[in-house]
Ligand binder design. Structure first.
Ligand SMILES: Cc1cc2nc3c(=O)[nH]c(=O)nc-3n(C[C@H](O)[C@H](O)[C@H](O)COP(=O)(O)O)c2cc1C
Length: 367
């Protein structure tokens, strides 16, 4: 897993699984994307053929600012694994509703059924209304991350040790042995997102992967450098996935026109309501920074700031910007699209080959 600037692994690509309705942008523009199982199975098969290695499912327990219907992330991930052969699927997990013993058991079983292709994304929660609706206590910002930290340490312990004992503030295990253990060693990969201090500190100490929201290369570099420096102090390795909403078209004008159209048709009320709800994220942290703390109205139309990364243009422009993300320390690009199946196909045909060419050129130059 360790990488020097000379010998970097090839960039990996993931896509957002549209397992909630309404697509990836809060806009009334047509989105030829569907939350159904049938559409998602075809999408997963298209994506693995196109060269994507990971698919990221989402967890929402209730509607809010779009996403009127939501399929549950673990069972949906399992269904996608059944219809693919190489793709790794990340099941989103929300500590609070999920207990680590349940997750450890569920994911170990899915790991066996899928021959080692399940991973998880531990999300710490921003949607207070969702917790209230299901009667789950809502913790203060940093307490949510302290719980996620224990959650991840507990999972790793259960997945790797027999007679696991753990005395935390949130979770306790007494001489617990999980059988069978997962197929993947040491354990299925653990991803985590958020950009507050607490989120970064978790990434720098317990997570295998850290997901950013979309951002400019400059801001992403600052975030990545910060996490890598802290991880080094902890003697911990963490890899970085960068979020981006991709609009790849044959000409730059076409791509920009699509973005303009998305923004022009933004569902204004829903975007403002989302903007209010996410004040429980980064803004509610002690330092007042983190995800969505500085997002503009336009940023929020793609609910993970995906326009900010600017993968909007021709295949050549996008490939160059993707390789730039690698040069600032990114290991994976997490992509969202307007019309998922057709655009994942286009991305695989037009953008990915250029990325691989540019990566090879850079490797040569570095050597
Ligand atoms: C790539 C990515 C995927 C996420 N997926 C979900 C999700 O499915 N459900 C959810 O409730 N939160 C999700 N989140 C939200 C985060 O877990 C976290 O609550 C939020 O980013 C707040 O971060 P901060 O306050 O640490 O800056 C996701 C975040 C990122 C970056």
């Amino acid at each position: 897993m360790s990488q020097t600037s000379q010998t970097r692994d090839a960039l990996k690509f993931a896509y957002w699984v549209p397992n909630v309705s309404g697509g990836l942008v809060v806009s009334t523009i047509e989105q030829r994307t569907d939350w159904s199982l049938e559409y998602n199975q075809r999408l997963a098969q298209t994506a693995e053929r196109a060269g994507f290695e990971y698919a990221l499912s989402q967890i929402r327990f209730t509607a809010g600012y779009g996403a009127e219907y939501q399929h549950e992330s673990v069972s949906f991930s399992q269904a996608l694994l059944q219809s693919t052969t190489r793709l790794k699927v990340l099941a989103a997990i929300l500590p609070g509703p999920w207990h680590p013993a349940v997750v450890a058991k569920q994911i170990a079983t899915i790991d066996h059924i899928s021959n080692g292709r399940i991973a998880i994304n531990v999300v710490s929660g921003w949607f207070k209304g969702e917790f209230t609706a299901i009667g789950e206590p809502w913790l203060e910002h940093d307490e949510r991350y302290r719980r996620s930290n224990e959650f991840i340490r507990a999972l790793k312990g259960i997945w790797t040790e027999d007679n696991f004992t753990f005395k935390g503030d949130f979770y306790r295990f007494n001489n617990y042995t999980l059988s069978p253990k997962p197929v993947q060693k040491p354990h299925p990969e653990i991803f985590q997102g958020g950009s507050s201090r607490a989120a970064r500190d978790n990434a720098a100490s317990v997570s295998d992967w850290y997901f950013t929201n979309g951002n400019t290369p400059e801001n992403l570099k600052a975030q990545i450098d910060d996490i890598r420096a802290k991880a080094a102090q902890n003697n911990h390795q963490v890899r970085i996935g960068v979020n981006a909403f991709v609009i790849a078209r044959d000409t730059e004008e076409e791509a920009k026109a699509v973005l303009d159209d998305i923004i022009r048709h933004a569902h204004v009320e829903a975007v403002h309501a989302f903007g209010d709800a996410v004040k429980e994220a980064g803004k509610a942290s002690p330092e007042g920074e983190g995800n969505w703390a500085k997002s503009t109205f336009e940023d929020l139309v793609q609910y993970n700031d995906g326009f900010r990364t600017n993968l909007i243009g021709t295949p050549q422009q996008i490939a160059e910007r993707i390789v730039e993300l690698k040069s600032i320390g990114g290991d994976l690009v997490l992509t969202g699209f307007l019309h998922f199946i057709e655009e994942v196909e286009y991305f695989g045909q037009k953008v990915l080959p250029l990325v691989r060419e540019l990566e090879a050129q850079r490797e040569k130059q570095a050597a």
